[in-house]
Write a protein that binds this ligand. Structure first.
Ligand code: ADP
Length: 170
């Protein structure tokens, strides 16, 4: 079965999907951008589970390129999957880590039985990854990952981001 890739412009915390992906940082304890918005709208249950993860499996934080699921709290989703994108570096190629974020989120989502997954443009905010390159890596990785997830929806916050992702699709 092929995975449908869809694009929408908007706020990821307003999406209805089995999984909403959080562009988290390794502390799992919140931050700005998508992370701040998810905790604000999702309520305290998400942070509680993140704290429990820090107290157990991820004592040193969630490593870059990995993914872990929690409840979605008050969001219109079953789970939030937190992933830590790499900070962009002009001197070092970290695109493997960015690709890993998408792959690991899809792996965790499929394990949970999720059919629809909403992704933000990971690493393109505070972590400064150039949007066009990030869009290319995101779309190529999803296409190359065989997954049982039926719909991968990229939720882009503004027109330039939406255009960058649209440019990667037929
Ligand atoms: P990172 O730290 O991985 O760079 P950010 O959350 O700072 O993550 O930004 C990732 C992308 O998500 C940026 O393109 C940013 O404009 C966008 N973004 C910020 N808030 C939201 C939101 N509520 N919904 C969807 N996208 C968002």
């Amino acid at each position: 079965m092929t995975t449908a890739i869809t694009l929408v412009r908007g706020d990821i915390t307003r999406q209805s999907a089995d999984v909403i992906v959080n562009a988290a940082n390794s502390s799992l304890l919140g931050g700005g951008g998508v992370d701040g918005a998810i905790h604000r709208r999702g309520g305290p249950a998400i942070l509680r589970e993140c704290r429990a993860l820090r107290a157990s499996r991820y004592g040193k934080g969630l490593p870059t390129g990995q993914a872990v699921a929690t409840t979605a709290g008050d969001l219109d989703a079953r789970w939030v999957i937190h992933t830590v994108g790499p900070v962009y570096s002009p001197d070092e190629d970290r695109s493997g880590l960015l690709a890993s974020c998408y792959r690991e989120c899809l792996r965790v989502a499929a394990e949970l039985g999720a059919r629809t997954v909403a992704f933000p443009a990971i690493s393109t905010g505070v972590y400064r990854w150039p949007m066009r390159d990030a869009a290319r890596i995101a779309v190529e990785t999803v296409k190359a990952t065989g997954t049982a997830v039926e719909e991968v929806r990229f939720v882009l916050f503004d027109d330039p981001a939406h255009e960058a992702f649209a440019g990667q699709l037929p």
